[in-house]
Design a protein around this ligand. Sequence first.
Ligand code: XIL
Length: 362
Amino acid sequence: MKGNRVAVAVLAVVVLVGGGAVPAQAGGGRDGTLRKAAPHGLRIGTAVAGGGHHLEQEYPDPFTADRPYRRVLAREFSSASPENQMKWEFIHPGRYEYRFGPADAIVRFARENGQAVRGHTLLWHSQNPAWLTEGTFSKAELRAILKDHIMTVAGRYRGKIHQWDVANEIFDDTGAYRQENIFIRELGPGIVADAFRWAHRADPHAQLFLNDYGVDWPGAKVDAYEALARQLLADGVPLHGFASQAHLSMRYPAPDQLRTVLQRFDDLGLHTAITELDVRMDLPEGGVPTPEQLATQATYYTTALDACLAVDGCNSFTIWGFTDKYSWVPHFFPAEGAATVMWDDFRRKPAYYALRDTLAAA
Ligand code: XIL
C-alpha cells in the first residue's frame, strides 16, 4: 500500500515535469538509484568535487570532508571523474614534483564502491602550472615533459582507468587547433597522435578519448573532430572514443541533434560518451528556479541521455557534479546556476527523477 502511494507520487511528479513525455516508471521505487536503474554496460558518472574553483570557497574539500556527499556519490554512481585532481596544475605542481594523494584517494574510493574512473585530462590548454606555461623550454624538452607526464600519470593508474580524456578541447569553435594549447602551438598538431600513443603504452587497458564542449550540434568543430578521428584511425593511432562534455545552457535549444553527432563517431567504430553534463539557467530574482524552469531542465538532461542510449557504443554518461552546492557554474557563468540534479542538501530535482526513469525504461 505504502509502496503504491510512493509509486503514484513519483508518477505524478514525472507526469507533471515531463508533460507525459517521460516514461512513467518508478526506476526501482523511492530507493532506486541512477546506477541501479541504468542498463547493463552503461556507466553513470559524476565529477568528484575538489581542487579548481573549490579552493577559493569557504567550505573544506568536498570529497574528503563532506560525508553526506560521499554517501550519495557512492550510492548513485558507477563512474567517477576527478573534477580537477588529475589536471596538470593539481597533480604536477613542480617540474620534478607530482602530488598523487588526492587522485589516489578517488581511485581507491571508486574501487571500494565498484565504480569506474574517467581520467581527466592529459593534454589541455587550461589549468596548466606556471612552471610549464611560463618556463622556457626547447621543443625537445617540451616534448619530453609531455611524454614524462603522460607516462607517469597514466602509468600510475594503469589498469584502473576506464576511459582517459587524453586530448581536451583541442579545437576552437571554427574547427582550428587552439593556439592557447602550449603543446600544439610549440610542437604542432602531430603531438595529439603522440599523446594517444604514449597514453596507450602507459595504460593499454584504458579507452582513450577526444573530449570537448560545443559539439552537441553539427558544425565546424564536429567536422574537425571527425576528420581528425578518421586520420588518427587511418594512421593506426590508439584512439577509442569521442565525447561531448555537454555543458548546456537553457539560453540555447535542447541538444536534439546530439544523437546524430555521436552516431557519426559510432560509425567510425569508436565509443562515445557524455562526460560533463550540466544544464544551467538564468535564475529569477531570489535565485530559486521556477517549476517551469525545472521541468525544462529535466527535458535537457533526458535529451542528452536519450542521445547516448540511442547510440550502440555510448558506454559512459557523466554529469558534472550532482549537487548545486559544489557546481562550477555560478563561478564561471554570472547570473546562471541551479545546473545540477540535486539541491544543496541533496534533495532531488525533477531532472534527477527524469534521468532515473529514462534509465529504468531503457
Ligand atoms: C572546471 C571545474 O569544474 C572547476 O572546478 C575548475 O575551476 C575549472 O574547470 N571543461 C572541462 C572541465 O573539461 O575540466 C572544466 O572543469 C569545465 C569545462
